[in-house]
Design a protein around this ligand. Sequence first.
Ligand code: ADP
Ligand code: ZN
Length: 582
Amino acid sequence: MLFNLLVMPWIAQRNIQEVDYGTFMTMTVNKQIDQVQVQDNQIVFTDKENEQIYKTGIMDDPGLVERLHSSGAKFTSEIVQQMSPFFSFLLSWLLPIIILVGIGQSMQKKLMNKAGGGGDSMMFGMGKSNAKIYVNSSEGIKFSDVAGQDEAKENLAEIVDYLHDPSIYKEIGASMPKGVLLVGPPGTGKTMLAKAVAGEARVPFFSISGSEFVEMFVGMGASKVRDLFKQAKEKAPCIVFIDEIDAIGKKRDGNFGGNDEREQTLNQLLSEMDGFEGNNGVIILAATNRPESLDPALTRPGRFDRRVPVELPDLTGREEILKVHAKKIKVAHDIDFNKIARMASGASGAELANIVNEAALRAVRDNRSFATQADLEESIEVVVAGYQKKNAILSDKEKAIVAYHEIGHALVAAKQTHSAPVQKITIIPRTSGALGYTMQVDEGNRYLMSKEEMENRIATYTGGRAAEEVSLGSITTGASNDIEQATKLARAMITRYGMSKDFDMVAMETVNNQYLGGDTSLACSHETQAEIDRQVVELVKKQHEKAKQILTENKQKLDELAKYLYEKETITGDEFMSILNK
Ligand code: ADP
Ligand code: ZN
């Protein structure tokens, strides 16, 4: 339509020949003019013989109309060029179709190039899956490369065993699960585990990310799934690994305007999984960190019926992961991995790998040939709090405030018997925006926390602000993060852990996605909400008062320690304790 609207008039225009007024007058006299149209700024006319269209400018010519009339010209309101019907059909219909087909072809080529499809099936290459194939996975990752995660490895060892020798399983009539779902927070080694299964079993490994299935065009994802399974069945026994399966496996809901493409892809995946028999040697591993958002159809028996949790590593797990990664770099002989692991509490495998790498980078920066304990400790701080801001200069007054603030945290923590001892206190600003921080170290694994411990932790959070109040009599914005943390903890105690006096064991809040930030949603009446808010304030207030009391009782130590920190800028836990116990 656009073509006919814009291009056709243009083509018609092009055929008009411009002549001078004299020629026009001569043609009038010679009675050569067939049709004529006098417009505002030009005269358009045709001649009798070859039907050519001419145009010429307007002149002040009063007798023109008379002369034209007597020459036998026909006055018309519009002159259209008579094209041959065949030619105009060609132009207005065939040409646009040819252009469209051309565009289509080139797009298809582009898509196929992207899909990396070979030249074998050019015509039907659309939507070929771009699963990467690691055929020779025997030289790939092994279980020994994945540290910690012993339960997950045990769980997956059975699958390796099956892929090695399915006959034992077939004999007894047992069938392997078709799909295994690896769930856990990001960076805990899910992808590594899947690769390790293929590596141990020495089978091909197909890997594709869930988001790669979701294409612009409806139906492309589904055809990718079909293609992936076709390839996999040819290569069986093998592992198919789908990363971030939540990208396609989200719960289908009845909402208007749902994602058609995603649902079609999911349906195709479901029917492919049902389609192959249990024992054909294709095992699908999938990873997600949002298991609660998966469609129930995906997790029902016969599909992804086995779920392997891949949690954040515990203390021994962290130590092992550090050791595995430290093997890849040159390190000093006397490294205390246990201490590093304790300092990096809550870190994931990926973060630990990053910490080791940062240490190696630091060693290079300092022109050393190996990384030391200090490198590792500093790189934990880099990963946790960012780089030291070398040129951020605090004014003396600010520096004193930060010193009091940090000593406040540490002193409150140390004076409460249940709090973990302090590892290090520093008032060197970091790129994350922290002006200083107190690093606490857990002595061992903690799986449970008592109500008192949680209260003490809140008191420790408030300790920074309390120190400002007790010693300087004014308060600053430096406590904003502490306030957030204290509130979060207090809220959780009341709404989720049943630690308030009058809600008993009723859940007021539910966690939405435990592996990603763990945001919560309230499930209670307005009155209860108001009551929760009141109790949170009361709880934090009480601990704040307690912190203030502790600091007032130890005002002398507070001053002494803050002065020491102000001068030294960084002090260790041991220095802190020796001054405290002097
Ligand atoms: P996920 O798939 O769970 O997000 P990955 O398997 O991609 O995490 O892990 C990312 C990186 O983190 C790995 O390449 C590896 O270097 C490191 N890593 C994570 N977990 C472990 C572990 N348990 N042992 C050793 N390295 C690990
Ligand atoms: Zn603080």
